[in-house]
Design a protein around this ligand. Structure first.
Ligand code: GDP
Length: 287
C-alpha cells in the first residue's frame, strides 16, 4: 500500500481550511454516500472545532437508497444534520439553504433580537478530492464558476458566490485528504474511482470490489454475470474471491492462451461495469 499524503500537505490543507473558518458561519462537509466513512477525514471535526456543520451525502444517486437511509439515521443519532444530494442533477440541492438556516437558527434569532438585519449566511464547502465539491458549487451558483485554486504568493480577495436562499459560498472549497488508516479505505475509494487506478494494482481493486459485492449484493452480482451458482460465498477467503473474479473473466471472454483467465482484463471489465452503473446502486460500508 503506497498511497500517502505527505505530512506537509496535510498541514497546509489544514491551515488553508483553518484560515477560512473565521470568514464563515457554517461548513458544508461533502462525503460520498457510497462510502460515508472512507470518504471523510476523521480529523474534520477537530479542524472545524465548534463551527456548525451540515453533512452532505453526495452522489446519493449512485448509492443504495436503503443504506443511505441507515446512514442518515446514524448521523442524526450522533447529533449531526445530514442531507442526501445528487449534485450532478441538482436533486436535493435546493434544500441546502433551508438546512443551513435551521443549523444557524439560534445565531440568526440572536441577531434579530438585537435589532440587527441578518447578513447572508456564509459557508465553506469541504471534502476530499472527487467527492463533487465543484459540481455542487456550480449547481448552487446556477452557473459555472472557474476553479481558481489557492496559489501561494497570490493574494486574492475571497470571492463570495450568491446561491439564492440568503446563503453565500466561498468560491474555493476546502480540500481534505482521505485518511488511509487501514488499507481497505484506499481500496474502497479506488473501487468507486475516487483515486486513480495507477496508484493501486487493478486486480487488487477488483478483488475488493468482488468481496464487497458478494457480501451485500450477491444476487445482483450473479445475475449480472450470469453465474448461476457463485463458486464462492465466503468473502473472507481470498481464494474464493479470486475464483469468482475468474468466473467473471470467463463469462466475459477475458482469456489468454491455454484457456486461462486474464485476471487483469477481467478486473478492468468488472470495474468498468460497476462504475458504469451496470450493477445498480451500491454502498460499500454500512454504519
Ligand atoms: P471535486 O474534486 O470534489 O470538486 O469533485 P468534482 O465536482 O470535480 O466531481 C468529481 C466527479 O464526480 C465528476 O465527474 C462529477 O461529474 C461527478 N459527480 C459529482 N457529484 C455527483 C453526483 O451527485 N452524482 C454523480 N453521479 N456524479 C457526481
Amino acid at each position: 500500500m503506497t498511497i500517502q499524503w505527505f505530512p506537509g500537505h496535510m498541514t497546509k490543507a489544514r491551515r488553508q481550511i483553518e484560515d477560512k473558518l473565521k470568514l464563515i458561519d457554517v461548513a458544508i462537509e461533502l462525503i460520498d454516500a457510497r462510502l460515508p466513512l472512507s470518504s471523510r477525514n476523521p480529523m474534520i471535526d477537530d479542524i472545524l472545532r465548534d463551527k456548525p456543520k451540515l453533512i452532505i451525502l453526495n452522489k446519493a444517486d449512485l448509492a443504495d437508497p436503503e443504506a443511505t437511509r441507515k446512514w442518515l439515521a446514524h448521523f442524526k443519532e450522533q447529533g449531526f444534520v445530514a442531507h442526501p444530494v445528487d449534485a450532478s442533477t441538482g436533486k436535493g440541492v435546493k434544500e441546502i439553504p433551508e438546512q443551513v438556516k435551521t443549523l444557524l437558527k439560534e445565531k440568526l434569532e440572536r441577531q434579530i433580537a438585537k435589532g440587527m438585519n441578518p447578513r447572508p449566511m456564509r459557508a465553506l464547502i469541504v471534502g476530499i478530492p472527487n467527492v463533487g465539491k465543484s459540481t455542487l458549487i456550480n449547481k448552487m451558483a446556477g452557473r459555472n464558476i472557474a476553479a481558481t485554486g489557492d496559489r501561494p504568493g497570490v493574494t486574492k480577495g475571497q470571492q463570495w458566490i450568491k446561491t439564492g436562499g440568503n446563503l453565500e459560498l466561498l468560491d474555493t472549497p476546502g480540500i481534505l485528504w482521505p485518511k488511509f488508516e487501514d488499507q481497505e479505505v484506499g481500496y474502497r475509494l479506488a473501487v468507486t474511482g475516487a483515486i486513480k487506478e495507477e496508484i493501486l494494482n487493478v486486480e487488487d481493486i477488483a478483488f475488493f470490489a468482488v468481496k464487497y459485492l458478494l457480501r451485500d449484493y450477491s444476487e445482483r452480482f450473479s445475475e449480472r454475470f450470469g453465474i448461476e451458482k457463485l463458486p464462492a460465498a465466503d468473502t473472507d477467503n481470498p481464494d474464493d474471491i479470486v475464483a469468482v473474479l475468474e468466473a467473471v473473466g470467463r463469462k466475459r471472454g477475458c482469456l489468454i492462451s491455454g484457456g486461462r483467465v486474464d485476471l487483469e482484463k477481467a478486473s478492468r471489465t468488472l470495474l468498468h461495469e460497476l462504475r458504469a452503473g451496470k450493477l445498480g446502486s451500491y454502498t460499500l460500508e454500512m454504519p
